[in-house]
Design a protein around this ligand. Sequence first.
Ligand SMILES: *[C@@H]1O[C@H](CO)[C@@H](O)[C@H](O)[C@H]1NC(C)=O
Length: 272
Amino acid sequence: MLWFLVASILLLQCATAAGDILRGVDVPLYAFAGGQATLSCSFDLRSTRLYSLKWYHNGTEFYRYVPTQRQQISIKPSPKFAVHELFRSDQRVTLSLTKLSVSASGQYRCEVIAEHPSFRTEASTATMTVLREPLSPPVLVGGKEIYEATELIKIGCQPRRPFHGAHTPTLQWFLEGSKVESEWVAPYGGHRGQAFTGLALHVPGEQVARAGGSLQAECRLTLGPHEHSTFKTLRVRIRMISYVENYQSSAPYGDSDRIATSPANLPKVAPQ
Ligand SMILES: *[C@@H]1O[C@H](CO)[C@@H](O)[C@H](O)[C@H]1NC(C)=O
């Protein structure tokens, strides 16, 4: 048993010593033309030293860090984007790409090479798509100022512009910050054989009445790390009678209860 433990600890140490210099890359799935993207490459140099770290786009090198060279950093100018180094340590290199063009879409690869004698090479790749137009908050359709408690509240939500192909944002509804259950949402806006592009909220007015007469609704559009929301306060007319009932049953009885259940206070109060 002890032998097994020692052996497995040794195995674990061998596995980390054998390499795994590169921890991984962090690249956003989506960015926008004219905009910015932050790329990170993380590595672990406990077992070796770094000879070089390079970033490639579609196989073309655009950034190189070679610690042993006099000019440690070299950045190749490109019409696809401008490159700035944001951060560099012995664990991570973070770059900012600005002025992105649509042709900056594609494969981003970070490659690290260990020092002499191993010159071990490891690489990790991630895809980024640069979209032509920026995202905007979704549009709400068909909402009313106030509803009756007996009504079914129906509000459509759709992207401001249609999206095509694989890069379609997702829509979600939230009430007071909590995601709405699937039984209260429905596809919205599909017509003439086209796919549905929107999502409608269907909330019984009674639910809003039960929550006191108003609820904050949010339709959230998400594409990769990008989010945009549009908000609407749902209001339901509350019958006057229920206010009166609440008023009568709370205040006066509450006070008299408190006096009656504190007999210890009574002798002190009485002489004054
Ligand atoms: C890189 O590849 C992607 C597709 O994988 C393409 O959309 C993009 O235009 C390419 N960019 C360049 C500069 O080659």
